[in-house]
Ligand binder design. Sequence first.
Ligand code: PMP
Length: 462
Amino acid sequence: MTKNLTSPSKYDTARLQQLDRDHYFHPFTDHKALGEEGSRVITKAEGVYLEDSEGHRILDGMAGLWCVNVGYGRKELAEVAYQQMLELPYYNSFFKTAHPPAIELAKKLADLAPAHMNNVFFTGSGSESNDTVLRLTRHYWATKGQPDKNIIISRENAYHGSTVAGASLGGMKPMHKQGGLPIEGICHIQQPYWFGEGQDMSPEAFGIKAAQALDAKIQELGEDRVAAFIAEPFQGAGGVIIPPASYWPEIKKILAKYDILLVVDEVICGFGRTGEWFGSNYFDLQPDLMPIAKGLSSGYLPIGGVMISDRVMDVVNKGGDFNHGYTYSGHPAAAAVALANLEILENENIIQTVKEETGPYLQTRWAELGEHPLVGEARGVGMVGALELVKDKGTNARFDDKATAGALCRDFCFQNGLVMRATGDTMIISPPLVITRSEIDELIDKARLALDLTFEALHSGG
Ligand code: PMP
């Protein structure tokens, strides 16, 4: 990896790794295995680049965790947080109180969201947003006098967060295995993952089939039991699974037949990832609820929310107290930073640039990686991409030992100064939206090198 020689490291990496090993139990991590290896300690970042405690410079192909949309090092966001903390570091909105940052952010979000969504409930994260979704959909139907209309249909391999409700709404089996999930009243239908599950059909036909699983499930349960259908516009953590073009139109047709809420989880897609403000704009969806987080503040401070349609709000307004909320709902500093972040996205035309220039450029260059002998499919949209690693390019046969190739490739990426994530044998990127053409070229070169090294290692038996 290239050393950033302009900034000799001031960190004692061995000490930090030892303390980390001894005391820090990481999210989604095998603590024991990490302890043996030692963490990479990230110490600073600028633009699209990270720096670790040993002075290595790494291109962040994942924008942190799909969130640093405006890139690192935005002094204006730090300044806004500083000023707000001096002025009013904290107050809540529980007891008939409010404060300017949360009010202004709510107004801004109402302006940016689809026209029929004019209210927002603030949370601290995407998971809390989906906990809110669960309670709000059930509260909505109960207020309408249908308390038994309380089942939420989701999809296998969906990701909706890590809290009890979030992980239950999600369709990740390894998460369900821990802690007795999913909780009652949530079920999962087939995902629209053509490469993984539908190659015996055309993408078009498979998209229709996957959508029809929703109709079948509603019929099975009875419309009067189903509260909502929840879905990500494209599945992010599941492997950047972009549904075939036939999928969303068919889902819309099905939903039009029933009185069921549509929840579109915009935690990843929101704030420009597809080249539109929301994935709902990109796929032409009219959600009733839209959980948001991540790009809302570009990750500078933790904040999320649920955007609420007028239809839902009209009913909720008849329901009295909604007995739900978080200490940090609409946190003043987080709200002020989020508002400033949205202004950066607007003033610098960042989303327009993704749509018209850098997004198409990334997709053209990314598609070139599809020619690599290790890659069965290269797909993407806007500023995300996925590569399916395969054992046999001709048949798209996967490796028997799933995730070895992916983990190898991810490690080669890291060693060569690129963060690319592996979900099983699917490699994923989601870089900051401000990435330039030359930085995209660097990302592609480094990804190709990692693919070459992975191919070599797998085929030399190494
Ligand atoms: N929904 C989606 C679609 C997500 O991708 C994520 C996080 N990756 C979440 C919800 C949960 O967000 P958080 O980690 O902020 O709780």
